[in-house]
Design a protein around this ligand. Structure first.
Ligand code: PEP
Ligand code: MN
Length: 357
C-alpha cells in the first residue's frame, strides 16, 4: 500500500525523542507530581500514562478510566507537556478526542486483534490526531503491518511505531524478548514511520533499561518510551520496571545518540569491514550447503536401511557440544540454540525429501 506518512513528533537536533510517564494514572497527585518532575528535565517530548489498563486477569487495577483524562489535561495546562494514552475501544477514542489528548497509542494486546484495531480505526475516522502503534504480543509482522494499514486507511497520516518486545515461552532475561530483526524489518518496510523503543516492557526490570535504550539508539531508533513513577515501588501496575524521574534523567544523560550516517572517511573503514563480513557470510553459506550435502548422504544411508530420520540422543549431543564450542568463540547459548535448531530443521527436511522418495 502506497503511504504518505508524517512525523508524530518533531525531532530535536542532537538528542533522541522522549516519551515518559507512569504505567498507569493512579491519582491526580501522582500524575501531577510525575509530570512536574519530568518537565523539569527539559527533555521530555510527550507525557504517557495509561488510563484504561488491559490486564491479563480480572481483579487487578484496570485503570482509573475517563476521570484520569482531566488529570492529563491539567498536565498539559500546568507543565506544557503534551500527553498520550492507550486506546483500545471506540469509546476510548471519543473520550480522548474530547479531552484533547495529543497522541493516542494502540497497545500490544490490541494490535493482535484486527476487530479491535478496526474499531479504533473507525472511531478515528475524520480525526487529525497522531497514533503510535505497539507491536503485537506475538512475533507476527502481518498484524503489525495490518494495524498500520487500518489506521492509515482511516485517514490518520501521523503514525509511529513502538517496539515493546514479544512474549516468549521459556527462560530469558527479558519480560518481552526484543527480536530486534522484526522491528528492523518494520523500519525497512516503513522507513518514514518513527520508531520508539519501549524499554520498560522489553526489560520488565530497572537495571537493564539503559542498555536496551542504547541498543535501540544504536539501531537508529527515533526515541524511547519509558515508564517513570514518582514512587516506583508503590506503583499500582508494573512496579518492577518503573524508575523515578531522577533516575530517568540520569539514564537520558548517559544515552548516546548515534549519527544516522558515517562521514566519508568513516565510511571507507565501514565499507572495508562490511566487505569482510560479506566474505565470511558467503563462506558460511557455502559451508552450510556442504553440510546439507552430507545430510543428503545420511538420508540416502538411512533410506536404504529403513532407519528413522531423527535420532534424539545424537541431536542432544550435537546441541551440547555446539553450546560449548560457541561459548569459546563468544557466542551466546541462546544464539547457538536457535542457529542449531534452524540447521537441524533444514537437515531433517533434506533427509525427509530423500527418505520419502
Ligand atoms: C503500557 O504501555 O503500559 C502497556 C500496557 O503496554 P503494552 O501494550 O506494550 O503491554
Ligand atoms: Mn506498563
Amino acid at each position: 500500500m502506497e503511504m504518505k506518512i508524517n512525523k508524530v513528533l518533531q525531532p530535536t537536533p542532537g538528542r533522541g525523542l522522549v516519551i515518559a510517564g507512569p504505567c498507569s494514572a493512579e491519582t491526580e497527585g501522582q500524575v501531577m507530581q510525575c509530570a512536574k518532575d519530568l518537565a523539569k528535565l527539559g527533555q521530555v517530548d510527550l507525557f504517557r500514562s495509561g488510563i484504561w489498563k488491559p490486564r491479563t486477569r480480572p481483579g487487578s487495577f484496570e485503570g482509573v478510566g475517563t476521570e484520569g483524562l482531566s488529570w492529563l489535561k491539567r498536565v498539559k495546562e500546568e507543565t506544557g507537556l503534551r500527553t498520550t494514552t492507550e486506546v483500545a475501544k471506540a469509546a476510548h477514542v471519543y473520550d480522548c478526542l474530547k479531552a484533547g489528548i495529543d497522541v493516542l497509542w494502540i497497545g500490544a494486546r490490541t494490535t493482535v486483534n484486527p476487530f479491535s484495531v478496526q474499531e479504533v480505526a473507525d472511531a478515528l475516522s475524520g480525526a487529525d490526531v497522531p497514533v503510535l502503534i505497539k507491536n503485537p504480543i506475538n512475533p507476527d509482522m502481518g498484524l503489525w503491518v495490518g494495524a498500520v494499514e487500518r489506521i492509515y486507511k482511516a485517514g490518520i497520516t501521523r503514525i509511529g511505531l513502538i517496539h515493546r518486545g514479544f512474549s516468549y515461552h521459556g527462560k530469558t532475561q527479558y519480560r518481552n524478548v526484543p527480536r530486534w530483526q522484526l522491528a528492523i524489518e518494520m523500519k525497512r518496510r516503513f522507513p518514514e514511520l518513527q520508531m520508539f523503543v519501549d524499554n520498560s516492557h522489553i526489560c520488565g526490570r530497572r537495571d537493564t533499561l539503559q542498555e536496551v535504550a542504547q541498543e535501540a539508539l544504536n539501531l537508529n531508533y527515533d526515541g524511547v518510551m519509558t515508564e517513570v513513577h514518582p514512587r516506583p515501588d508503590e506503583a499500582w501496575s508494573d512496579a518492577a520496571q518503573q524508575i523515578t524521574p531522577q533516575v530517568f534523567g540520569e539514564m537520558l544523560q548517559n544515552l548516546r545518540l548515534r549519527k544516522p550516517t558515517a562521514s566519508e572517511v568513516e565510511m571507507a573503514d565501514l565499507i572495508e569491514l562490511r566487505r569482510q563480513i560479506d566474505e565470511v557470510d558467503s563462506d558460511l553459506i557455502g559451508m552450510l550447503g556442504k553440510r546439507m550435502q552430507l545430510a543428503d548422504s545420511i538420508g540416502e544411508f538411512k533410506a536404504a536401511r529403513n532407519i528413522a530420520v531423527l535420532q534424539s540422543d545424537r541431536w542432544e549431543e550435537i546441541m551440547a557440544e555446539a553450546a560449548k564450542a560457541g561459548n569459546q568463540h563468544g557466542l551466546s547459548e541462546e544464539f547457538m540454540k536457535s542457529y542449531l535448531r534452524a540447521v537441524h530443521q533444514e537437515s531433517i527436511d533434506h533427509q525427509d525429501a530423500i527418505v520419502n522418495k
